[in-house]
Design a protein around this ligand. Structure first.
Ligand SMILES: NC(=O)c1ccc[n+]([C@@H]2O[C@H](COP(=O)([O-])OP(=O)(O)OC[C@H]3O[C@@H](n4cnc5c(N)ncnc54)[C@H](O)[C@@H]3O)[C@@H](O)[C@H]2O)c1
Length: 434
């Protein structure tokens, strides 16, 4: 089949790479001309394991094409996947301007029956508006479907090739057939439903994942008060198959381009349909509170008096991890940004290292000193602060760490350091809920 993927971001590029790998002819369209030019030269706009190899292989095989011109792609395509961003507006609602612009440009170039599938995360209730947008321009036969995306950055290719489920949100048999055929080589449960249910599956899934993280953080707070170990508590809770272990990890809170914005958008959707989503408001509030909780831990660890405005003046902190999670360079809503800005406000000097995200971090955090490696970040620092759970941080040799630090203090925002070992080596160790 010939397809167009609109949007060459995380979702769009991975979708284009995988569908071309499966033997389809795929055009990937983006309005960002410089991004398209770089992609044509084989340069990736972000770090994602395996993606460059998939792209290169399919470009060479002439199955994957990049263009900034809709007219070169849409008229030849039987199916179009819209993968543009839906970032939050100030009030938490999703900004749909990119979505409508993409649908409008698609509409202007339709030729013959085309299925337009929305993969972007889009709030409920815009079906009519989207249809009307297309009808303004297209005399041709078209249908809409929703097939929300569940990939995780860092394992995006693997997640797309081996998903838990594929949601096919359309009641049209013809549209279902197109999507089922396209996904035929990919395993995973098929959930076939109406468009609104499909969109709700996406929001409800992300809301539940965020709830698990905030729940773990609430339990961690109780553990700290009563002297229990949240790691053990969550191990015990997660061993129950009805609950599961994933996402029950306390820390500095969830971040990234999806959970924070989708929680806020879901609260706004609830409001729109007259439902007060107070459960999710609490999830969001707990997440927000994790930043200040962690900064307070750092202050306590360094003996700073909380009443003093610049209580971390003269302190140097070696910060490990900037990306919102490991195996990505994505800094969108990364907790590191808020934490580091607070530390800088309190007068600290911050030396940071991240295996992939330093280039993107420099734009957001210009007043940080960036080290070329882990050792450079912690050398002569008053404490080591772990924010992202990259494997190289959990595997570091604590004896070497101790030699490099000015003082043997670890503040571990992800509970990845072996606490017993750290204590036995004479470190002061501060985790989350342990
Ligand atoms: N990133 C993730 O992990 C992830 C996972 C699941 C779902 N999603 C959802 O998928 C959607 C896309 O997210 P993303 O992270 O890939 O976004 P992104 O910001 O990485 O990429 C969006 C791309 O769309 C392009 N674009 C904007 N307007 C356009 C237009 N009119 N025509 C063509 N291209 C246009 C931008 O230039 C950009 O390259 C969002 O709704 C997001 O919530 C993201």
């Amino acid at each position: 089949m010939t397809l167009t993927v609109v949007g060459a971001g995380y979702v769009g590029l991975v979708t284009a790479a995988v569908f071309s790998e499966l033997g389809n002819k795929v055009f990937c369209v983006d309005v960002d001309k410089s991004k398209i030019e770089s992609l044509k030269k084989g340069k990736m706009p972000f770090f994602e394991p395996s993606l460059p190899e998939y792209i290169q292989r399919n470009v060479t095989a002439k199955r994957l094409f990049f263009t900034a011109t809709y007219a070169k792609a849409i008229p030849q395509s039987q199916a179009v996947f819209i993968c543009v961003g839906t970032p939050p507006k100030n009030d938490g609602e999703a900004d749909l301007s990119y979505l409508f612009a993409a649908v409008e440009e698609t509409a202007k170039n339709l030729s013959g029956y085309t299925l337009i599938t929305i993969k972007s995360t889009v709030p409920i209730g815009f079906e009519n508006e989207l249809e009307n947008t297309v009808k303004k321009y297209a005399k041709n036969n078209f249908e809409f479907a929703a097939s929300p995306e569940f990939l995780r950055e860092g394992t995006a290719i693997e997640d797309t090739l081996h998903p838990d489920r594929i949601v096919i949100g359309t009641t049209s048999k013809r549209a279902q057939k197109v999507l089922l055929e396209l996904h035929a080589p990919i395993p995973g449960e098929r959930i076939i439903c109406d468009t609104r249910s499909a969109q709700l599956i996406k929001y409800a899934s992300n809301a539940l994942l965020a709830t698990k993280v905030s729940f773990a953080n609430a339990i961690a707070a109780i553990c700290e008060k009563i002297g229990a170990d949240v790691q053990k508590v969550m191990e015990g809770v997660g061993a129950d198959k009805r609950i599961g272990r994933s996402f029950l990890y306390p820390g500095v809170g969830y971040g990234g381009s999806c959970l924070p914005k989708d929680v806020l958008a879901f609260i706004a959707i609830g409001k729109h349909f007259n439902y007060d989503f107070d459960l999710l408001r609490t999830v969001d509030a707990i997440n927000f509170g994790q930043i200040e909780n962690f900064v307070n831990k750092i202050k306590i660890a360094l003996g700073a008096r909380s009443s003093e405005g610049r209580s971390l003046k003269d302190k140097t902190l070696g910060v490990l991890g900037l990306a919102f999670k490991p195996n990505t360079d994505d800094m969108r809503e990364a907790p590191s940004v808020k934490i580091i800005n607070r530390l800088l406000d309190l007068g600290a000097e911050v030396k940071a290292y991240d295996p992939q995200a330093m280039a993107s971090a420099k734009k957001l955090l210009p007043n940080v000193k960036y080290a070329k490696d882990l050792k450079g970040a912690i050398k002569m620092a008053d404490a080591m602060v772990v924010i992202t759970e990259w494997r190289e941080f959990s595997e570091m040799d604590l004896k070497t760490v101790k030699k490099l630090l000015k003082k043997p203090i670890i503040i571990d925002g992800r509970n990845i350091i072996d606490k017993e070992k750290a204590l036995s080596l004479g470190f002061k160790y501060y985790g989350v809920g342990r």
